[in-house]
Design a protein around this ligand. Structure first.
Ligand code: PAF
Length: 295
């Protein structure tokens, strides 16, 4: 596992590759947990892996947790070592943004609403750094976590519309035994808040059960999720959207995203389920499926 800190070192790695296996990028902001490691494991099955570790300043709005975001590269390298990715690209801020950025990516319609509503500029920052990473690393495949479903779909629109030559994979959300989605931000939670945070997955599981029982009224599903979210400090959104374009669905069928965001002080947590709903029943689905332009 090589640690690459500069563009020049990354370039040396790329040009010196001695394999024709596909190159697979797993972009992260570090603070790695079992969810990230599952992405790296999936990436290893696809080809030779590069993990990037970079806390991207341009996707945090003023007042968000950029400064507090956990950073511990030594710990991340230790966590990655057993999975033996070929390289870890961990550039400094100055290496990634050597000058004030004057061009950035404008997200498409999938950025409207959900997290896009409360985090103005966030998805432009994400797309800009992801495009830079894709350009610098030049992977054949990139693996993202399904937990950040809107992020995945916004990236999918960029890859499709800007003809970025990469195949995207969304890896299923990895959960704690009680259902809480793994997230670097769970580290902010006290024991008491951690218990209340279980409400997020309970809300999603309730909506799924109601769908399995035949409920097709999205207002009823949203109300059922909101009721389960009583223990959180504030609900930011609870929505049912269509995948992959994130439009509000006219009918409760096909691929659907059940998405929610809530504050469990001091953390802002998000979670979702991606489900295929049909006459045959309800099953888990992925965000990038064969036939989607980005898959
Ligand atoms: O999901 C993340 O960790 C980040 O948004 C990403 C994709 C690494 C871009 O900074």
């Amino acid at each position: 596992m090589r640690l690459l800190r500069t563009r020049a070192e990354l370039h040396g790695f790329r040009t010196g590759r001695a394999t024709d296996r596909p190159l697979v990028l797993v972009p992260t902001m570090g603070a790695l947990h079992a969810g990230h490691l599952a992405l790296v494991e999936q990436a290893s099955r696809e080809g030779e892996v590069v993990v990037s570790v970079f806390v991207n300043p341009t996707q945090f709005a003023p007042g968000e947790d950029y400064d507090a975001y956990p950073r511990d590269l030594d710990r991340d390298l230790q966590a990655l070592a057993p999975l033996a990715p070929s390289a870890v690209f961990a550039p400094s801020r100055a290496e990634m943004y050597p000058r004030e950025i004057s061009v950035s990516v404008v997200p498409g319609p999938a950025a409207d609403g959900l997290c896009g509503a409360s985090r103005p500029g966030h998805f432009s920052g994400v797309l800009t750094v992801v495009l830079k990473l894709l350009n610098l690393v030049g992977p054949d495949v990139a693996v993202f976590g399904r937990k950040d479903a809107q992020q995945c779909l916004v990236i999918g629109e960029m890859v499709r519309d800007l003809d970025v030559p990469v195949r995207l994979i969304d890896h299923p959300t990895v959960r704690e035994p009680d259902g809480l989605a793994m997230s670097s931000r769970n580290a902010y939670l006290s024991q008491e808040a951690r218990t209340r945070a279980q409400a997020l997955y309970r809300a999603l599981a309730t909506a799924r059960r109601r769908l399995e029982d035949g409920e097709r009224d999205t207002a009823v599903l949203v109300e059922a999720m909101r009721a389960e979210l009583a223990p959180v400090d504030a609900i930011e959104y609870v929505e049912v959207r269509r995948v992959p374009d994130l439009a509000v669905p006219a009918r409760t069928e096909g691929r659907l995203l059940l998405a929610l965001a809530a504050r469990v002080e001091p953390a802002r947590l998000i979670d979702n389920l991606v489900l295929e709903v049909s006459d045959a029943g309800v099953r888990d689905a992925s965000l990038f499926e064969q036939g989607d332009a980005a898959s």
